[in-house]
Structure formats: structure tokens, C-alpha cells
Design a protein around this ligand. Sequence first.
Ligand code: NOJ
Length: 539
Amino acid sequence: MRTSWWQGAVIYENHLPSLRDGSGDGIGDLEGLTQSLGYLSATLGIDAVWVGPFFKSPLLDQGFDVADYTQVDPVFGSIESFDHLIAVAHKRGLKIIVDYIPNHTSDQHPWFVESRSSRTNPKRDWYVWRDPKPGGGVPNNWTSEAGGSVWEWDEQTGQYYLHSHLKQQPDLNWRTVDVRAAMLDVLRFWLDRGADGVRIDVAHMLMKDPQFRDNPVAPKGNQNPFDLQHPDFGTQLHVFDRRHPDTQAVLAEIRAVVDHYPGAVTIAEIEAMSWQDWAVYYGAGLDGMHLPFPFRLLETPWRADLLRAELDGLYASLPTGAWPIVALGNHDRERLAKRLGPEQARVAAVLLLTLAATPCLLYGDELGLIDQPVPLDRQRDYFARASGGVSRDSTRIPMPWDDGPNFGFSSAPEGQLWLPVARNGADVNVEAQLRDPESFLNLYRRLLRTRADSTALRYGSIDFISSPSAKEVLAYARRTADDHKVVALNLSDRPATVDVGVAGTVLVCTTAPAVGSAGLVLELEPHQAVVIDVRGRRP
Ligand code: NOJ
């Protein structure tokens, strides 16, 4: 069972333009990431980096609008810088996961330029073109994630094309055999160059209803406070514009290609959905995605009983032999320390790194970085340009490394930076936090070390421990044959008690240096989370 590197790994979600600028032009790049690998592996202690898009792109959606899948955009480096990244990472024992963005290209991609050139162009059906509906107007009511209709009128050829995101991001037509072949070649291209796996963008969207039926209206609208989608998107139930059952066959094809590369992993971005629906993405007989993201966890209100219910759902739905991934932060969402506040963001760090799953940590969350509003004239995210659109730039601010110019992110003049640096970067930066034993960074480092040293935390079973303070306290035991840990988290600002039934030694604590022993009944301080070693202490 314990055969794949990614089961015991911690993945770092890098956001390439925001991590470190190696070339001095103001935007993070592959060279900057390569320079950061020492920090990531030796100082922090993660095992794999999900790089973020670096392909040729007009960068209207942070590189998720690809104009050439096999070229590195010059602002991010060159193919040689990618090869160098792979070589240095592998030498350090780090894995590199690249983005695979199969649902859409940029409208600048030569495939789309050809496709829109005439109705008879051989690439016409590489994208989704439709006539106006009888009587005129858009072919159906589908709304885009970026706001407005998914349909854009093309004057020259007199048809609409479909874009599930920005109008500059036309959707590829995966029902066209040549598209599938071309996109599977893209996959091979990066795996041949040494990538250790792919993170697949909006994997649930690849197949749409072939009849293009209208989506039903959402009776209560979008109720999710953490979901930064455009409000238009939340006005309907997205049952026909995505998640068609045929999606699974396409994902199995992708997986079959990846399986030719021993050890390579597929991580699927899929939207929040019921646990039963989520489990389908592992594929029949586990021939689908290795790790479909469980986005429900990012959207669950921060209450112990609600999280427990979601985790019960996750583990109960997990197919036999399947393995989960877990993330609590993401480049599209509000940051943890903003959403939960600094004390509970520390509790969240303990949860993330002690669940029975592969943790995925967003860059900067290890510093407790918070979102910061970006002035309009500095915004990069075109999702914010539609009326009612929300900019995700505030989450994606540059990583603060030290207290030097631009907090070590770049040597370019401040006004030239990709996004403005953190206003509190003088206090919240890697160097400053390394000096402070109780900093966020040192908490993360302790947790990562504790996880690395513990077979129970990496591979063990998970059993939840009930508590009368069910709304406040989440507690669980993690066990292998020779290792036993107990984790208890107080998600409230009041003291709370939990009877864990075993005594042990506190290895990590969010509110104090980890010291001493823990009894059978834990008296947790407000915002306190602990990891306890029970080895050899079983009654
Ligand atoms: C999901 C990505 O996470 C998001 O950042 C992007 O805007 C959309 N997919 C479109 O590619």
C-alpha cells in the first residue's frame, strides 16, 4: 500500500510570479524558484513543489491563459531554466509538479487563431462554436466563472465560442479526437523533461453536456462566503456546463499517459462537490486521478463539529486503496490568516499537517501572510475587470524573504513589481521569523519535522475522538503498528477540555514551546492545538 512518494509527501503550492524574482524584472520566475529550493527543502522541509503556470501567456489569468503549452514565457525564464530547476530539485530530493491546463487556452494560442479564422478551418472544432439560439442571442444560459455569459460573439465567422472563464480563455473541445491527441502530447512533453507529476486545472470541466441544455437557476444563489467566484456564477446550478459523466473517460486517458512515467502523480483541481461525487474522480478501479482536491474543506466554516462532519464524509467516501490530498489555502481564496485570524491560522497549520492525507501548503501561509488589498492600477487579475468581479491579487502578493529592498523578493524598483509587497513585510518575513522561536515559520518547521519523523502522521490510520465540546474541539488519534500520536485542536477562543484516554509527551503546541507531558484529559487553552506522542505510554 505504502508505495508512492506522494503518500508520504508534503506539497508546497508555489505561485511562480510571487515567490522570488531571479532575473530582476519584478516578477517571480523559474530561476527565483530554483534559488529558493534550499529554503523549501532544508529550512522548511517540504517534499514537492507545485510550480504554477510558466507557459507562454498574455498573463490575463496569471498564466492559466496559455498561448503555447510547450514554451516557457520569457518572463518566467526559458526551457533551460526549467531543466535547471528539475536538475537542482532532484538533486535535493524534491519533486516538481507542473500545471496542466487542459480545459482552455488563451485566445492568442495559434490553435484558436486558426479556429476562429473561418468556419471551414480544420481546427474549427478544436473549440466549441455554436450558432445563436433560434430567434437570436446566446446559445444557452451558462454563466462564466469570471462573470457574464460563457458565450462570446465572433463577428467574422458569425458564431459564438464558449469560454468558461475570461472571454480571452476559449474552452478546448475535448470531444474532438485531435484535441485529445494534441493535449496528451503536451502531457508527455513535460513528463519527458522530468516533471514528477501534474496538477490538472479544472479537471471536472473537460466535458460538457453535448446538448448544451440550460443550467437550472440556483434558488438561493451562491451561499459560500469563501468562494471568490463572480456572483453571476452563483446564480445557477452548474449541472450541464461541466462534470458530464464522459469527463471520467478523458481523465482515465490522461492517467494512462501519466502511468508510463513511474511515480508520476496526477492532482486534480475539481470544484467543491458532495463527497460521493468527489470520490468518482479517483476513477473506476482507481484508474482516474491519484489525488482529487477536496475543496469542501476550504469552504467549511471554521467550527470543529462542521469540520468533523466533512472529514467523516471524506474518509467514508474514500474508495478502498485511494489516498486523499488536503489543502486549507489556495491561490484563488482568501488566505488562512485573514479568514481565521492569526491564532486559528496556527491551529489550522496543525490540522493541515496531521490529517491522514498528503498536505498541500500555499506559499506564504507558513509565515501567516495575510491578503492585502491591491490598488486598482496595480491589479493583474482580469477576473476583477468584469463588473462585480473579485480580484485574487490580494492573496498572491510577493513572498517576503528578509527586511531588505522589496523584502528580498526582487531587485527591481518597487513600482515595477508584479504586485506590491506586503505592508507588514518588515515583521513578516522568512529571516525575521527564523529568529523568533514562536513564529509561524518555526511552528510550521516543527510540524513538518514531527510529521517527517512519524510513520503514524504520514501513513497511519485516523480515529476521531469524541468530546463534549464538539463545536470547539477536534481531536483524533493517528496510529501505525509502532507509532501513536494524538492531535487535539481547540478551534475556539475559550478554554476547552477533551478526554483523549492516553497520556504522552507534547511534541508541538501552537501557544507555547512544546514541553512536558500530557495527561489523559487535556485542558486546552484558547486557540491551542497540540500534537502528542503516545509511543510507549499506552496504559
Ligand atoms: C482554476 C485556477 O486555480 C484559477 O486560478 C484559474 O483562474 C482558473 N482555473 C482558470 O484556469
